[in-house]
Write a protein that binds this ligand. Structure first.
Ligand code: RB5
Length: 145
């Protein structure tokens, strides 16, 4: 895996889970790049997907985590950016497969939908699983057309 920091961003609904995952990553010795939000104050999730696209597009991070209440809004916003392949995951299976098959570079989580322990399982699977390439290459390449 790259030695660049893992970028994290959330809206207000995802703030607590972002802080929890940030702390778990730091405890595991991994560098983090926190792109906000900075509190529970109401904000707009597309702004944080945009910040993630900026960080990955500029090469400040190779992988990111985006969190909103459901993961849906911030995931839709993320996938409007060509630098991002963002996958909304609800368990370690989807988090593993989004790496193996889709070469996802952003894990999207819904803080109001899954608990912190499941989110941590998703994070571990996302970070530890390599892209398989091979038969998936042609399909993933089509995502960038
Ligand atoms: C914020 O209330 C909520 O709408 C947002 O976090 C997200 O769930 C949108 O998809």
């Amino acid at each position: 895996m790259s030695d660049k920091p893992i970028a994290l961003a959330s809206d207000h609904a995802g703030f607590d889970l972002k802080e929890e995952l940030k702390s778990a990553l730091s405890k595991a010795g991994l560098a983090v790049l926190d792109l906000g939000a900075e509190s529970h104050d109401s904000v707009d999730y597309p702004d944080f997907a945009d910040a993630m696209a900026g960080a990955i597009g500029e090469g400040k991070a190779d992988r990111g985590i985006l969190i909103c209440g459901t993961g849906i809004g911030i995931g839709i916003a993320a996938n409007r950016h060509s630098a991002l392949r963002a996958a909304l995951c609800h368990d370690s299976t989807t988090a593993r497969l989004c790496r193996q098959h889709n070469n996802a570079n952003v894990l999207v989580l819904g803080a109001r939908v899954i608990g912190a322990e499941v989110a941590k399982d998703c994070l571990t699977a996302f970070l530890d699983t390599p892209y398989e390439g091979g038969r998936h290459e042609r399909r993933v390449a089509k995502l960038s057309r």
